[in-house]
Design a protein around this ligand. Structure first.
Ligand code: ADP
Ligand code: MG
Length: 514
């Protein structure tokens, strides 16, 4: 097999996305890689494909134990032999996973960095069977990153302790130079290929709504108005504080929305079960502080609303980027108020109490200023975001509230900005055929049923993007079914029959109506 065959047969995709092929080729020829690609760009395939092609085992170091199960399930669904080792496994499950490893069936092993020096992994490290070590969310190694984890600093020592130095590949969506340098240094990457795709996510539509008395707009009303048009869709609402999470959560509960919540004030068990409710679509809306979201690869999140402005663009882009991972159109909406600026200022200056660091404080205030500029700008929002990351882009994207001249959250026209020279026309319709909505709803229903039976998150069975592609292609045979994006051999065999039967039935019904 070569990388294209794996891409088609295993994962059901027709072509690579930007950056994927470079990263894969480098790893396959034994070169270290550091890949900086935005959320949803498809970093996982960059190491999963080499893992299947290289001899021996790939060790994936991933920060979040609570997500490993789903990551591994998703791989297993595509027919990839992967296991994970962590403290959540029962002794039978652990034994089974170890058997898979010892019999050399498993090609990928997911572990948290804290586990590297445990007996089982040490044994593996000294066996010389590990060809590739992947560091996912590699920014966790840097104190400049937003999710520093001390145990990430052990990775380099672990790699040195191995019998044979493996290929090292590090992945992150964090863009700053400091973090990049830290990753290369602290993980001791050797002559690593730097893969850096653009940061643009064309399917995301950016929107800012200025709220507060001065603008005559109430955040809660705007939020409820927006949600009323998004009833069957899944989304995340980020709030700045636990208190704001609780309030917003209560508001939505009272209105009968299937919402859940996540913040550091809840105990572990509740956090985990709320997270699962969201991932398994039992709750469609997640109201959370920024404690929620790293590593979440739920692909059908169709909006991310910031109820409060975050303290810098880096965090904003990372959080907003959790929408539309499968490439479907999605909304990223920021509800701005002057008060948010004050709260952030307070948090930045207060966080210096124990170890006052004037340099860091002024740095953070500078970042807050940039964020505020974004929120109050009348220019293209995408352009501003990309410029912040040092990337050139057209002056207008035709897919943000400033370029389009209207917002979905209030449905109303935007007061005409003063500084935009000419109002660009809305973006042309995508060339792809429009989706048959009725069929889409039916396919979603079928997916949900299967997900419940198999106790799996629905997005792992098929992403929304795959269901939409089914609506366009309307496959009636297994051969046609395998042409759908995201349908590999295993999924074709497992689901082809049921899905094509439903499509046939739908076509018969709609024809009968004509
Ligand atoms: P990241 O880790 O970079 O945030 P993921 O690896 O989770 O992103 O991938 C995001 C989504 O994109 C997943 O649903 C994945 O299946 C899909 N994807 C990845 N590569 C491709 C590709 N070449 N073609 C189509 N879809 C892809
Ligand atoms: Mg990822």
């Amino acid at each position: 097999m070569d990388k294209y065959e794996v891409l088609h047969k295993q994962f059901g995709y027709t072509s690579f996305r930007p950056g994927q092929e470079e990263a894969i080729d480098a790893i396959l020829t034994g070169q270290d890689v550091i890949a900086i690609m935005p959320t949803g760009a498809g970093k996982s395939l960059c190491y999963q494909i080499p893992a299947l092609l290289l001899p021996g085992i790939t060790l994936v170091i991933s920060p979040l134990i609570s997500l490993m199960k789903d990551q591994v399930k998703a791989l297993n669904e595509s027919g990839c032999p992967a296991v994970f080792l962590n403290s959540s496994l029962s002794s039978e499950e652990y034994q089974w996973a170890m058997d898979e490893i010892l019999c050399e069936r498993a090609k990928l092993i997911y572990v948290a960095p804290e586990r590297l020096f445990k007996h089982d992994i040490s044994l593996l490290a000294s066996s010389g069977h590990i060809s590739l070590v992947v560091v996912d969310e590699a920014h966790c190694v840097s104190q400049w990153g937003h999710d520093f984890r001390t145990s990430y600093l052990d990775i380099s020592r672990f790699v040195r302790s191995m019998k044979k130095r493996p290929i090292l590949a590090a992945f992150t969506a964090t863009a700053t130079m400091q973090v990049r340098r830290d990753i290369e240094e602290l993980l001791s990457l050797k002559k690593a290929l730097r893969v850096h795709t653009g940061f643009d996510r064309p399917n995301l539509r950016f929107e800012v709504l200025k709220t507060g008395k001065a603008y005559g707009v109430d955040k809660k009303k705007a939020l409820l108005h927006y949600l009323s048009s998004r009833e069957d869709e899944s989304g995340i609402i980020y709030c700045a504080t636990r208190k704001a999470v609780e309030e917003t959560y209560a508001l939505l509960q009272n209105r009968g929305y299937k919402a859940t919540r996540y913040h550091a004030g809840l105990d572990d068990a509740e956090r985990r079960s709320n997270q699962d409710d969201f991932l398994y679509d039992r709750s469609l809306i997640m109201v959370a502080t920024n404690a929620f979201g790293m590593g979440i690869d739920k692909s059908n999140v169709s909006y991310v609303i910031h109820f409060n402005m975050p303290k810098n663009i880096e965090s904003y882009y990372q959080e907003a980027g959790r929408a539309g991972r499968d490439g479907s159109p999605a909304d990223c909406i920021l509800l701005y108020s002057g008060q948010d600026v004050q709260i952030n200022k307070f948090l930045i200056t207060r966080s210096n109490d124990d170890a006052f660091n004037p340099e860091r404080e002024s740095h953070n205030l500078e970042l807050l200023k940039e964020m505020t500029f974004y929120a109050t700008s009348s220019r293209c929002l995408r352009h501003r975001l990309l410029a912040y990351f040092g990337e050139e882009s057209p002056a207008s994207c035709n897919n943000c509230s400033n370029c389009l001249g209207h917002r979905t959250i209030t449905q109303g026209p935007v007061p005409s900005p003063i500084s935009v020279p000419s109002q660009p026309r809305p973006r042309e319709q995508e060339p792809a055929a429009p989706v048959d909505e009725a069929l889409f709803v039916k396919l979603k229903g079928l997916r949900k049923e299967i997900a419940q039976n198999e106790r799996m998150p629905a997005y792992i069975i098929f992403s929304d993007a795959s269901l939409k592609d089914m609506c366009r292609k309307k496959p009636l045979s297994p051969a046609q079914f395998s042409m759908v994006s995201g349908v590999g051999q295993v999924k074709r065999e497992k689901y082809g029959q049921t899905f094509t039967a439903l499509i046939k039935e739908h076509l018969a019904q709609t024809r009968a109506l004509l």
